[in-house]
Design a binder for this molecule. Sequence first.
Ligand code: SAM
Ligand code: SF4
Length: 322
Amino acid sequence: MLQDKFGRRFHYLRLSITDVCNFSCEYCLPDGYQCDTDRDFLSLEEITHIASAFAQLGTSKIRITGGEPSLRKDLPQVIQACANTQGIKHVAMTTNGYKLPDHIDSWVEAGLTSMNISIDSLDPRMFASITGHDKLDVILRGIDRAIELGITVKVNAVLMRHFNQGELKTFLNWLKTTPLTLRFIELMQTGDNQLFFDKNHTSGQPIKDQLIADGWQQIVRDKTAGPAQEFSHPDYQGRIGLIMPYSKDFCATCNRLRISALGKLHLCLFSDQGLDIRQFIADGDTQRLQDELSTLLGDKKSTHFLHDGYTGATKHLAMLGG
Ligand code: SAM
Ligand code: SF4
């Protein structure tokens, strides 16, 4: 099992397969994807090698992310390669949901077990103004189908003071009859979004206080479950959660490593740099790749330094997949 010097164990890999995105979310790519160079993204063969090397080191869950992962034409094959790897029990994906209705059946058939979909507002006009795309109805239709197919569905909403801060009631109404988990994520500062962050960052704590006052019970989660705090309520089919990266001890439960679409290992979402392991991925020598991963993990820091406004090499989260 991959373990760092602080005793944290890493059974969860977030694997970015592209940094291209078709949306232009205000906090991420407000001017849309800037295609500056030709990008040599990880091939299916390289992805298969990564999955098997990590699985042999105790990784049991892979999340496919981006950019927008559904823009890769070979996404079903990527899902299948991960799902067919011995030791990988969960294949998850994070998506903007744009391609859900037409493709969700084939992704589930390929082995997808859970999906996080980003919906920052349930008001179609607000949704369009945040993402640049009037696609809320399409995404909601895709979510219904994903629930029908029986996979675990979570919805991520980034909290923004001037956009969706007043929407708690609308989201709660939706959760009365919709069996999924909605998680509010506190807006994080990145290299590119400082002005937007300063205007829009708001803490999740008042929402947590409101939920508790309204009878929502915090769910005791497995030690390995990651940083979200989740709540349930007997009157609601859905659950609600909060991801508060600025809260104390957020990094103490870190259980994940990240690989960018260009084959760099990121020990933290906000580390100084990606560590180039592409040569070890490409040459197919699993032992060498594993030795390299174990050595590099020695440099993982105890925490991010977001509180000090330090965002490392991360210009925006489309670079790495969140
Ligand atoms: N394109 C896919 C999507 O939007 O779901 C996957 C990649 S996206 C970078 C992954 C997640 O990061 C999304 O839920 C998105 O809302 C979130 N995200 C992006 N930038 C963020 C920021 N600055 N602060 C907090 N969350 C952010
Ligand atoms: Fe694209 Fe996801 Fe970033 Fe939105 S958050 S611009 S959908 S990568």
